[in-house]
Structures are given as structure tokens and as C-alpha cells.
Design a protein around this ligand. Structure first.
Ligand code: ATP
Length: 249
């Protein structure tokens, strides 16, 4: 469903900098993939290319058979709204709106009927355990609750792919566990395809596969074969290997 073919990204502002070098990556429908790597290795650059926020210097990003780089700005805005769901570290919710207003925002932009929006809203709120919060303003809920709301907003239009950038970055341990359990559930029970950038080995242990990026190149891939606890240990070993090699340099 997602194909990244020989993608490179060179930033041209001021000094040229090659942030990604010939990346090849395929994500199948229903996968839950983590992207890890040292700071500055190119994780956000890669996520921005997949999220159609930026375009590759060379190579192709193909999502659901379409190449977003070929769309005009209006088509692209529609593509992004329909095919992708975004979850960010800082939640990116509208603080003065209520929980329900935030969740239905993507549908409002598409001019959906109120009856359809209400039905979808109630199903997803129930599913994510936030039905009690719908009338509250974002400014009055906790970080863990805000991230649930952000996930509901990312899911409500049933996107092909959910892109999460450090979704537990601003959460305490308990909320991180809740949010990751929720993403795992969406992946397992509703076959949502999820791609998540994270520094946090605990959050990453919920993924089924992790790709490691270093200096703009994919250097390693590991899969969860046994328990999540065993995968957590595998992740720590892989990080040590990659960051250790970096420290030696
Ligand atoms: N707009 C830009 N112009 C020039 N260089 C950039 C730009 N954006 C990012 N870079 C550089 O590209 C490299 C990769 O950045 P990126 O943000 O993708 O890394 P990252 O792995 O997400 O890092 P972090 O984990 O710290 O968020 C870095 O060296 C960064 O300085």
C-alpha cells in the first residue's frame, strides 16, 4: 500500500545537505511499522515525504497506487485529508474547540452531513473511550486524553495510513501505555496501517516491525516474533549497535 522507491532528499537552503539517501521501503496493508534512529538521522524528513508535506528530490513515494508528488495543490490537499491520518507529539488540536468539534473537523472540511458525522463520532468516541469528554474544551483535558482525541480525529475518515510522529513524546508512562495499547488495538482489530516515528523503545515495542535509519540510510530492520517484552530487548540491542557505531565515529 506504501512504496518508497529509491528516495533521496537534499535540502537546498543555505548549504546543501543530503538528509535521505536512496531509501527503499514497502509497507503492506495492516502493518504497524516503527521508524527509529539517532537525532538528525532523517526520520522526520522521511515521515514528511510520506505525509506529502514535502517532496523527494529523487525517487518515488507511492501510496495506494497514487503518486502524491504528481498532484496539484488542490488534489494534494484532498489526498492528504482522505488518505492520511496524522498524530503528532504536541497533539495539534484546536485548544478553544471542544473534543467533538476537533474530532469531526476533517469531516466538516469535506462537507459531510451532520447525521453522518454524529454517527461516526459516537462510534469512534466509544471505541477510544472518550465519550464522556465530547463536550469538554481541549484546554481542560489531560495529555493522555488529548492524544486519544488526536487519534480519534486521525481515524474518523478511515484513512489508508496513520502517520504518528512521537505520539508518546509528551506523555507520562501510564498515558504512553494507554495510547500505545490503543494504537496496537486499532492495528490488530481494525487492521489499520500505522507508521510511527519514535525515540522511545517502550512505545516501539508495540510495533510489529522496526526500521532503523542512520545518516539518511536504512541500516537495519527487526521484526517482533515473540512477546513484546522480548521485542523491547531486541530494540535496545539494535539501538546500542547503531548508536554505539555512531559514537565510535
Ligand atoms: N529544512 C531543512 N533545511 C536544511 N536541513 C534540514 C532541514 N530539515 C532537516 N534538515 C537536516 O536534515 C537532517 C535530518 O533531519 P530530520 O529532522 O529528518 O531528523 P530526525 O531523525 O527526525 O531528527 P530528530 O530525532 O532530532 O527529530 C538533519 O541533519 C537536519 O539538520
Amino acid at each position: 500500500m506504501l512504496e518508497i522507491k529509491n528516495v533521496s532528499k537534499i535540502y537546498n537552503e543555505g548549504l546543501q545537505f543530503q538528509a535521505l539517501k536512496s531509501i527503499d521501503l514497502e509497507v503492506e496493508e495492516g502493518e504497524f511499522v516503527g521508524i527509529m534512529g539517532p537525532s538528525g538521522s532523517g526520520k522526520s524528513t522521511l515521515l514528511n515525504l510520506i505525509g506529502t508535506i514535502d517532496t523527494p528530490t529523487s525517487g518515488k513515494v507511492i501510496l495506494g497506487g497514487k503518486e502524491p508528488a504528481k498532484l496539484n495543490s488542490e488534489e494534494l490537499a484532498k489526498f492528504r485529508r482522505n488518505e492520511l491520518g496524522f498524530v503528532f507529539q504536541n497533539f495539534n488540536l484546536m485548544p478553544t474547540l471542544t473534543v467533538e468539534e476537533n474530532i469531526i473537523l476533517p469531516l466538516t472540511l469535506d462537507g459531510e452531513k451532520i447525521s453522518v458525522m454524529t454517527k461516526k463520532l459516537n462510534i469512534i468516541a466509544e471505541r477510544l473511550g472518550i465519550s464522556e469528554l465530547l463536550k469538554k474544551r481541549i484546554a481542560t483535558i489531560s495529555g493522555g486524553q488529548a492524544q486519544r482525541v488526536a487519534i480519534a480525529r486521525a481515524m474518523i475518515h478511515e484513512p489508508k495510513l496513520i502517520l504518528a510522529d512521537e505520539p508518546t513524546g509528551n506523555l507520562d508512562t501510564k498515558s504512553s501505555k494507554d495510547v500505545m495499547g490503543l494504537l496496537e488495538d486499532l492495528n490488530q482489530k481494525e487492521a489499520s496501517t500505522i507508521l510511527m516515528v519514535t525515540h522511545d523503545p517502550f512505545a516501539a515495542s508495540y510495533c510489529k516491525k522496526i526500521v532503523f535509519i542512520k545518516d539518511g540510510e536504512l541500516v537495519k530492520e527487526i521484526y517482533q516474533n515473540g512477546t513484546r517484552e522480548a521485542f523491547y530487548d531486541d530494540i535496545l540491542i539494535a539501538l546500542k549497535e547503531i548508536e554505539g557505531a555512531q559514537n565510535e565515529l
